[in-house]
Design a protein around this ligand. Sequence first.
Ligand SMILES: Cc1ncc(COP(=O)(O)O)c(C=O)c1O
Length: 440
Amino acid sequence: MKTPLDAFWMPFTPNRQFKTQPRLVADAHGIVYVTPEGREVLDGISGLWCVGAGHRHPRIAEAMKRQIDRLDFASSFQVGHAGAFELAERIGSLAPPGLDRVFLVNSGSEAVDTALKIALAHARATGQGQKNLFIGRERAFHGVGFGGIAVGGMTNNRRAFGGAMLRADHLASTWDPSTQAFVRGQPLDGGVAMANELERLVTLHDASNIAGVVIEPFAGSTGVLVPPVGYLQRLREICDQHGLLLIFDEVITGFGRLGEMFAAQALGVVPDMIVFAKTVTNGAAPMGGVIVRRELHDAVMQGPQHLSELMHGYTCSGHPLACAAALAQMDVLQEEQLPARVRALAPQFESIVHALADAPGVVSIRNLGLAAGIELAPDPSGPGQRGARAQVAAFDRGVLTRAPGDTLILAPPFISSTDDIQRMADRLRLAIEDTAQPET
Ligand SMILES: Cc1ncc(COP(=O)(O)O)c(C=O)c1O
């Protein structure tokens, strides 16, 4: 690429290092990216957990082309267009019964902050305005808004920004390396005991002060940390007992990754709000949102008729192009039965990723649905170095992965075949072997 790389301050990227050794893509189709030199790189992380239906799905591309020629932009502030209403109705019909009011935004981070605001607004609307503390979890990622980093549990994402700007406390992570290192799917033991920690936090802070509990069904961005069986069920019970809202951040799991539309359905626990983004448009346009239990929504619908009930929203909330992409994606997910395809593929995916256990330095492998984390022993120089080297090596070997710390993520598109997944794993193995020796 001839264009200088200096001006674009890249997100979540070591800019100085990247720009000495850039990894660029120019085209994509199905499960592959193509570099400017024409080399194919298998998309082992669905773009960034987005492209479940595969790149450049014709149905989505056509819907967006039709939309741009008809209505390019309309705000949703006191004016509306059919696509946003149709999409909200459609998403509500796919969510667990009772959750059918949908607020649209443009990213997962915005969606998390929106859910937190809805919880606070609901507390006020029901005469419980003192409920302004949230419970999150260590090692959780809830995006990069100030609300999201407060309830999130990733130290590096908070350190430079004044820590928590919203009152939050945290459950411990569900990750237990002593018993879970090579567990397949959900660990069987310890779920209820881990969730009972919420009781301790409720006793400490008192339920009357807690606005909600925010949880990723499994922690994705910190390396696929899968909660044991019974954990989410027990959290739900404790929330019910104490009148706490339970918010699932399904930015990664929403729209098929666990073999159902939502993790709530795959794991059999229904929260009060579901936060989504990414796969809702197959990554073709930025969009996120919050699916809200109807009673919560209705409780907030008060105040003078001429005033907005929730003083919140974004210029591009319900953007026509994103709505067109999302509506087409709903058709694709349903007509091509992609969640069922994930269910069918998941056992083979599990066998293929766990076969990497004998690659050099692999210390743990976790998986659920079409998501896996393959953790490598850190280099003696410190955590994260081996993961970073392996991520670069994987790109050179022809598979796109991501490495939070020393864990390599594999989260292929739902349309992948078993052979595709095997090829991804083979290339990942080569990258792991390439980086077996610490850099001198
Ligand atoms: C669980 C979770 N929540 C929120 C986000 C933030 O989404 P975005 O990057 O679209 O703001 C992510 C992104 O990966 C995520 O995994």
